[in-house]
Design a protein around this ligand. Structure first.
Ligand code: ZN
Length: 224
């Protein structure tokens, strides 16, 4: 840690680029626009490609993001351009997941329900989403559940001075969801000054927005 609790602490825990990203997206844990502008102006955001300083570069196309229990959020992602290599990157708040039309909390709610034994049709009805969409999330997550569990268990162990490992859970999906919740608690305890970081925001940040992206986390990466 360079200083205090970094706003993008979950990304920093992995020692990767200060703003973890893949696919041209830079994730900021606090998506608050004024803060992002200050960080851009202050040269605090680094290019994921070369480490150069990112400057403002207009905005991406507005898009709705579906959230829980509220009307869709209108997201107008800020774009940035690297002053060194010229690459452009979208700045995405961590309550979103990369390339997903639903906020992390929506997908997280589906995963929690699945961990508790609900099927995709039931979950889809409760969340008001198409069954095929929910089935897609659950399949994607289930396919990587053991890797996800390992990733967040390592994060939990590294974050907490006295880690309490999640209790045994019924099946790999439940175990992975339990590890995610445990890691979020450990982060909140270690950096109380961060305030509340919702579990699925923490999960999105830790995964660089890739929580249910293909191939994440890579096998063997960060799990030793
Ligand atoms: Zn660059």
């Amino acid at each position: 840690m360079r200083r205090g609790p970094p706003r993008d602490l979950l990304a920093k825990l992995w020692g990767g680029p200060p703003e973890l990203t893949l696919g041209g997206v830079v994730l900021t844990v606090n998506g608050d626009g004024a803060l992002v502008e200050r960080r851009l102006a202050g040269g605090e955001l680094a290019c994921p490609g070369c480490g150069g300083v990112l400057g403002g570069w207009g905005h991406a196309r507005p898009r709705p993001v579906r959230v829980l229990d509220r009307p869709d959020a209108g997201l107008v992602p800020r774009r940035s351009r690297c002053r060194q290599c010229g690459a452009t990157h979208v700045l995405l708040p961590a309550w979103c997941l990369s390339r997903r039309a639903d906020a992390g909390a929506v997908i997280g709610a589906a995963l929690e329900a699945a961990a508790a034994g609900a099927g995709h049709r039931t979950i889809a009805a409760v969340l008001g989403r198409p069954a095929s969409t929910v089935r897609g999330w659950l399949r994607r997550f289930a396919a990587r559940a053991e890797e996800v569990r390992a990733f967040f268990t390592v994060l939990l162990a590294r974050t907490s001075p006295d880690p309490v490992m999640p209790a045994a859970a019924a099946g790999p999906v439940a175990a992975a969801v339990s590890a995610i919740a445990g890691a979020a608690v450990a982060v909140a305890q270690r950096w109380p000054e961060l305030g509340t970081v919702p579990v699925w925001t923490a999960a999105s940040a830790a995964s660089g927005g890739l929580l249910i992206a293909p191939g994440w986390p890579g096998q063997g990466r960060n799990t030793s």
